[in-house]
Ligand binder design. Structure first.
Ligand SMILES: Cc1ncc(COP(=O)(O)O)c(C=O)c1O
Length: 370
């Protein structure tokens, strides 16, 4: 081949490394000759309960319509979100997962010569989105693994277009409170969009925790993104959304694909949103699983970063790579986070009680065998 196609790509894209997802169960089964049923996957912050029963029923009902394009405006889901959270439909943008929303924001508002601010150890998609559009990434050093919002505000310059903040953040599970957020927003110029990524917010079981939706009216430059992939258990269907000023939503609507959310996802998301019993159970299972993991890790003499998500970053005190490999051999998939500048940590998603136990037992075995 005489043509170097890579050299034809945008300069930012040439330097990109693809997002590394958690290892799929089938891949591990193939590699180690294991049965898929014996493998425990705690690597992608998925809901261990499986989808909501009401969502499965809605999908069944939507199947006969698969020959038709979905509603490109997602009216029924927007209506359900509007009723649930009290925002006009003109303030809602639907995405093919909330990743899609993050990417739309990058494509619409960032470009070469502009800057995008995010924290060290923040969600991997922020730098990818930034680089893909040729904007300059400004990574602000974390404080105690979490966002240093004061330093992030100080990092804003006249060329800053977007600031990504995650509450709680993935992979650290760290969070910030209302007061810190308000102090931060007070420093952000009105032409800089702040994207508050609340992918895990439904898991937060702390009274008076920051809820981005409370601030949409106060800050026109605030965009709050959420997802159905986590507590609502629909990761495979890819559906997320953001709430913003209608003008921001209008801009996003111009760049999104016409049918970016498929009809099964739309139907299932509406049903999940109505399934309060499922959501409550998801939260409770996560809450108890977090306690189980914290206790087990404590008994193994390990440290971890306190987390408000559905995952926990465990500090192994040295290169976590060999422990990750040892866990794989034991049929347990967790997530290495060296790519996030955390080579000594492994991120473990909260599973069902027996899955958490499998992980803890396997970890004890791996550590003892070293
Ligand atoms: C912080 C954060 N934001 C956004 C997402 C995107 O999730 P999805 O595209 O499935 O909505 C994730 C997924 O892991 C995440 O951890």
């Amino acid at each position: 081949m005489s043509c170097d196609f890579l050299s034809l790509a945008l300069p930012g894209v040439q330097k990109l490394s693809p997002y590394v997802p958690g290892k799929p169960v089938e891949e591990l089964a193939r590699e180690f000759g294991l049965e898929a049923a014996e493998i425990v996957k705690l690597a992608s912050n998925e809901n261990p309960l499986g989808p909501a029963p009401k969502a499965l029923k809605a999908i069944q009902q939507a199947l006969p319509e698969l020959t038709r394009y979905p509603d490109g405006n997602g009216f029924v889901l927007k209506q359900a979100l509007s009723q649930r959270f009290g925002f006009e439909q003109s303030m809602i943008t639907l995405g093919n997962g909330s990743n899609d929303i993050l990417e739309l924001l990058g494509r619409a508002f960032a470009m070469p010569g502009t800057e995008v601010v995010f924290s060290q150890h923040a969600f991997a998609v922020y730098p990818i989105v930034t680089q893909a559009v040729g904007a300059t990434a400004v990574e602000v050093p974390a404080r105690d693994w979490g966002h240093d919002l004061a330093a992030m505000a100080a990092a804003i310059t006249p060329t800053t277009r977007l600031v990504f903040i995650a509450n709680p953040n993935n992979p650290t599970g760290t969070w910030f409170e209302r007061g810190e957020f308000e102090a931060f927003m007070a420093q952000v110029p009105e032409q800089v969009l702040v994207v508050l990524d609340e992918a895990y917010t439904e898991y937060v079981m702390v009274e008076d925790a920051l809820n981005g939706f409370d601030y949409i009216d106060r800050y026109p430059n605030l965009v709050v993104s959420r997802t159905f992939s986590k507590a609502y258990g629909l990761a495979a269907l890819r559906v997320g959304y953001c709430i913003s000023h209608p003008q921001v939503a209008d801009v996003l609507n111009r760049v999104r694909q016409p049918f970016n959310v498929n009809s099964l996802a739309l139907a299932a998301a509406v049903a999940s949103l109505e399934d309060d019993v499922y959501l409550a159970e998801s939260r409770q299972v996560n809450h108890e699983g977090m306690r189980q993991l914290e206790q087990g890790l404590g008994e193994l003499g390990l440290q971890w970063i306190p987390s408000r998500g559905n995952f926990i970053a465990v500090d192994l005190g040295r290169d976590a790579g060999p422990v990750y490999q040892g866990l794989l051999r034991a049929g347990v998939i967790v997530r290495p986070v060296a790519g996030y500048g955390m080579p000594n940590h492994l991120r473990v998603s909260i599973g069902l009680p027996q899955e958490n136990k499998r992980f803890l037992d396997a970890l004890a075995g791996v550590l003892a065998g070293e």
